[in-house]
Ligand binder design. Structure first.
Ligand code: GAP
Length: 512
């Protein structure tokens, strides 16, 4: 655990040192759970967004994009259920005066029991070697069985109090489990209360005439209210999807863990409209497709798992999270939800406008069902950054800090160095920059010894470095050095573009 915390601290300080992420308005001591992306961060974020957009929109003939406004008619949020039900249960510790999400307290407690099971399994694996059968161990070992029973009991009660909105029962559960405040160590809790997460704002010049609005808490509703606009003008036939990326805002009660849970964040969402009754087929399709997308980035197949929801949101008939192994354990990275016809029907009722599709094959009108994929861009950023940052021991006994970002996502693709600042080498290096800059983000660096420049680019995440030396003048060749293997090879200047193109090709990353 301590090792994980150390790694997380390293990620946070590295993100700042290398211009990835800064605290918001830092000169005024910052704003809690709000962050700014620096010169490298903005590029990495843009590249992740583009990798998602290409895979969703460009790769699917039946998915198109949208960019809806952040501010929407307030009736939107009444129809969607956010005014009445978009809240988290909160509880305060009277001694530390710290505020917690009641569900997270219980989930963390349950996860600790799960960690004990995992520890027993790891130990047994070591003891029994190849002969170890995990399924058998899970179903026969008395310790594991007892703990699993405890987990199941907690899950059952947690689901019940959430579904029934039984706030007294919630507090009772926390007390029965003996959960203590991590700061004060005490069990001196307040009652559990519901807290709406939407940020309110006003539209209009004077206080008397102003209309109350909300900053959107999800981008999805912009898609639903435009369903008919896009379907008609794009002549879309079911099944089809609408994809959107953009900012969302939530007044999170407990916003910790860096950019994992923010108050202003960006979502990448896609609503896939399908025939009623076919939603489970598409739900399975999108589960598999999205997992494949994640795995294509090479951050480690074992770092992903599905977590099916026991408690379904008010709009869903099936839901799962793709969880990622963050430095603080497995947590939700993306949600895939079968949202039924809840949203379109609710908007029909509240707006009085029909939001239906005439299906020529069935010769009937219906309100389509929706399967949604929804991922936080900032959370994806954290997943990529935290798995890419590595301390590497080298064969010669030294070590290096290297940010092994997937090359397709790296902010700067290639750095160009003249070996020395004279003899015409800077001019050749600058010519190479001028040639490549039309296709890639390129950086020129002539300061310090070449070894030091390599290390600087390793830490910043640049996958390729090109060094121009005295032989370049005669042979028109340069040295290319690969960040991950540190291998160096001599290549012709005219081949640089082709080599890098191949290494950062969307097709190669996504489909090989
Ligand atoms: N439209 C469905 C929806 O918004 P959600 O599970 O509440 O579903 C989807 O959010 C994704 O948005 C999450 O999986 C997560 O990646 C991201 N997300 C949600 N709240 C966030 C927050 N406070 N900070 C950063 N990302 C967040």
């Amino acid at each position: 655990m301590a090792k994980q915390e150390d790694q997380f601290k390293k990620v946070i300080s590295h993100a700042k040192e290398y211009g990835y992420i800064f605290g918001s308005s830092e000169i005024y001591d910052g704003l809690s759970a709000v962050y700014d992306y620096g010169q490298n961060g903005v590029e990495l974020k843009k590249n992740i967004r583009e990798y998602w957009w290409k895979s969703m929109v460009q790769m699917h003939q039946n998915i198109v994009g949208l960019d809806a406004a952040i501010l929407m008619h307030p009736a939107t949020w009444k129809a969607s259920g956010h005014v009445d039900a978009f809240s988290d249960p909160l509880i305060d510790n009277k001694d530390s005066k710290k505020r917690y999400r009641a569900d997270v307290l219980v989930e963390d407690y349950r996860e600790k029991i799960n960690q004990k099971i995992e520890k027993d399994i790891t130990k047994a694996k070591k003891r029994f070697g190849d002969a170890f059968n995990e399924n058998e161990f899970r179903s026969t070992n008395p310790n594991v069985l007892r703990r699993q029973k405890e987990i199941d009991k907690i899950t059952l009660e947690l689901t019940r109090v959430q579904e029934e909105n039984d706030l007294a029962g919630f507090k009772q559960l926390i007390e029965d489990l003996g959960i203590v405040c991590p700061i004060s160590g005490s069990k001196n809790w307040t009652d559990v209360r519901q807290f709406n997460l939407m940020f309110g704002t006003k539209l209009g010049a004077s206080a008397e005439t102003a209309t109350d609005l909300y900053l959107r808490p999800e981008t999805a509703q912009g898609i639903f209210v435009n369903f008919l606009n896009v379907q008609k003008t794009g002549r879309m036939k079911i099944p089809f999807g609408i994809a959107q990326t953009g900012k969302a805002f939530r007044n999170e009660i407990v916003a910790r863990q860096f950019i994992f849970r923010m108050r202003e964040f960006e979502q990448m969402e896609m609503q896939f409209f399908v025939r009623p009754g076919e939603e489970m087929k598409w739900y399975d399709y999108w589960k598999e497709t999205r997992l494949k997308w994640h795995k294509s980035l090479g951050l480690g197949e074992d770092n992903y798992r599905f977590h099916d929801h026991e408690k379904l949101a008010h709009y869903a008939n099936a839901a799962t999270d793709i969880e990622f192994n963050f430095p603080f354990g497995f947590k939700e990275l993306e949600g895939i939800h079968s949202r039924t016809d809840f949203d379109l029907k609710a908007h029909e009722e509240h707006s009085g406008k029909k939001l239906q599709f005439f299906d020529p094959e069935l010769n009937e009108n219906y309100v389509p069902y929706v399967v949604e994929t929804s991922i936080g861009l900032d959370r994806m950023f954290l997943a990529v950054l935290s798995k890419s940052l590595q301390d590497e021991e080298l064969e010669n006994g030294t070590s290096r800090v290297v940010l092994k970002l997937p090359a397709i996502l790296a902010p700067v693709k290639v750095a160009i160095f003249p070996l020395v600042k004279k003899d015409g080498l800077p001019e050749i290096a600058r010519n190479i920059v001028d040639d490549l800059k039309f296709d890639f983000n390129v950086m020129y660096d002539e300061k310090d010894a070449v070894g030091k420049r390599y290390r600087r680019q390793d830490a910043a995440g640049t996958p390729f470095c090109i060094t121009v030396d005295h032989d370049t003048i005669e042979t028109q060749t340069v040295t290319i050095r690969y960040r991950d293997s540190m291998m160096q090879e001599r290549i012709s200047i005219k081949d640089i573009k082709g080599i890098i193109e191949q290494q950062v090709s969307f097709k190669n990353w996504m489909f090989s």
